[in-house]
Write a protein that binds this ligand. Structure first.
Ligand SMILES: Nc1ncnc2c1ncn2[C@@H]1O[C@H](COP(=O)(O)OP(=O)(O)OP(=O)(O)O)[C@@H](O)[C@H]1O
Ligand SMILES: [Mg+2]
Ligand SMILES: [Zn+2]
Length: 331
């Protein structure tokens, strides 16, 4: 995945901090044990000493094998005594070992796999997280929450064409979105939010974003016009090739594309958006799409293939009611 160097630097700083914190914690425990039990300090010093002696023995030459065996035996004996001492004082036998956040890589971000050094999934996650934060910095995330979503804006009278009142329908939609966010996993279903302007699509999708981010997932919220513009800029700019945005759009845990249909459409924009949706759907990664267009209009604008891909694999939420921007202003 191609992230720019500033994101890479920040991610490696995050892991570095974790590593240092784990090591400091282990040091604190060591000091605590030493205070209670001075013999432990002595043993720890001697264990470290056998390492130094081993290095010296190798440098000195001579009968290295037998010298090393002696040192190894001494080391094991000391370790054994330390283990008992720790147990007697109520500590686990590995109390002096740092407890890293990621047991796979010891918070270094890299692991050995088949003699190759590869990026650990914890570093990948940190990269995605930071890149998402970066992209969301300008999104109006904080204001729209489930708690600030009011149902009294929607009419309580039964609408025969709906078979229920707009209030009831929106109550269902609110409950669906809340439970979606609270039980979100990176293989959750996709959602297509449709409906006229000012009915709460953006509000509820931001509420989902807030909750899913709070639960520790990498979420990208973008509007179709801005993402298409960014992709074009990145694609057509000369200089080093950079697909970090495309990577992030396909790799984040949840992608929210707001206002689909209001972007400036070109063959390029349509195909890029299709590629993003397609790549995500092949990996069963969810997308939330908001649009004013109905399916027939969507088919006219995009292709049949495009629309059937999206609508075939998502839960459709049809928002109803009267423009809440207007209602809010007149109340
Ligand atoms: N049920 C609601 N309770 C409180 N505020 C709401 C509710 N629905 C919408 N709003 C507010 O009304 C404004 C318009 O809503 P929103 O932006 O979510 O509409 P939208 O469906 O995304 O419209 P558009 O299709 O134009 O993008 C926002 O400020 C939003 O916070
Ligand atoms: Mg909107
Ligand atoms: Zn790791």
């Amino acid at each position: 995945m191609g992230f720019n160097s500033s994101i890479q630097k920040r991610a490696s700083d995050v892991l570095f901090e974790r590593r240092i914190a784990a090591e400091k914690r282990a040091e604190r425990i060591k000091e605590e044990v030493f205070q209670k039990c001075p013999r432990a300090r002595e043993l720890d010093r001697q264990i470290a000493g056998t390492g130094v002696q081993a290095a010296r023995a190798v440098l000195k030459g001579g009968d290295v094998t037998s010298e090393m065996k002696k040192l190894r035996d001494t080391n094991l004996r000391l370790q054994e005594e330390l283990k008992h001492l720790l147990a007697d004082n109520g500590y686990p036998s590995d109390a002096f070992e740092p407890k890293y956040n990621c047991a796979l890589c010891g918070d270094t971000g890299y692991i050995e796999d088949d003699n190759r050094t590869v990026v650990c999934k914890c570093l990948k996650q940190a990269l995605v997280q930071i890149a998402c934060d970066e992209l969301n910095r300008t999104a109006p995330l904080a204001l729209s929450t489930f708690d600030s979503f009011r149902l009294d804006y929607y009419d309580n009278r039964i609408d025969p064409s709906l078979g229920m009142s707009p209030y009831q329908l929106m109550d269902r939609i609110l409950k669906f979105c809340r439970s979606y966010a609270e039980t979100f996993t990176p293989n959750a279903e996709s959602i297509l939010m449709r409906g006229a302007t000012g009915l709460g699509k953006t509000h509820l999708s931001l509420a989902i974003a807030n909750e899913v981010i709070r639960r520790g997932y990498g979420v990208v919220y973008v509007s179709a016009p801005s993402v298409v513009q960014k992709l074009e800029k990145q694609y057509f700019s000369r200089g080093e090739s950079d697909d970090s945005l495309m990577d992030l759009l396909t790799d984040c845990d949840l992608l929210i594309i707001d206002d689909l249909g209001t972007e400036f459409r070109t063959q390029f924009s349509v195909s890029q958006l299709y590629n993003v949706f397609n790549a995500r759907m092949l990996q069963h990664k969810p997308v939330i799409i908001n649009t004013n267009l109905d399916l027939v209009e969507m088919e006219k604008v995009y292709s049949h293939r495009f629309v059937s891909r999206i609508s075939g694999s998502s839960t459709k939420l049809d928002f109803v009611g009267k423009d809440i921007r207007v209602r809010k202003n007149s109340l």
